[in-house]
Design a binder for this molecule. Structure first.
Ligand code: SF4
Ligand code: SF4
Length: 131
């Protein structure tokens, strides 16, 4: 996936408007049924090659709402297929768009140790930068 939205989402719509690849759906279209916005892992590219950082997290007013998830690569095919928190789309020929079907770009500078543990994508400003 790349990034994932948790239950602190206030459904403000900012991330959906900011995603360059239309990877985000709103709460009414969330395929998991959860009442929050949802990043489709089979579409998210972590904004690689488009922006310097994930734009959804950069604009999200709920700090900590969008966190790093595992890369959408073959290595994590089972992870994305078996977790209830994802509902992957299907292609026209009926194949599930799992990582084994089509891998997505991800930020290689974000190590695995920081992924899948709820670590914020959005960086809070340092006090020195604020004042
Ligand atoms: S990281 Fe980028 S591509 Fe992925 S959902 Fe956020 S804005 Fe879209
Ligand atoms: S910007 Fe943040 S709070 Fe707003 S809809 Fe997206 S994830 Fe939810």
């Amino acid at each position: 996936m790349a990034v994932i939205i948790n239950d602190t989402c206030i459904t403000c719509d900012a991330c959906l408007q900011n995603c360059p690849v239309e990877a985000i759906v709103d709460d009414s279209d969330n395929p998991t049924g959860n009442p929050r916005y949802y990043v489709q892992p089979e579409k998210c590219v972590e904004c690689v090659g488009i922006f310097d950082d994930p734009q959804c997290a950069a604009i999200c007013p709920s700090i900590g709402c969008i966190t790093w998830d595992m890369p959408f690569t073959k290595e994590f095919d089972g992870y994305f297929l078996n977790e209830e928190i994802y509902k992957l789309g299907t292609s026209k020929d009926g194949k599930v768009k799992s990582p084994a079907y089509k891998e997505k770009k991800f930020r290689e500078d974000i190590p695995l140790a920081r992924r899948g543990i709820g670590e914020n994508v959005q960086v809070e400003p340092q006090e020195s930068e604020v004042g």
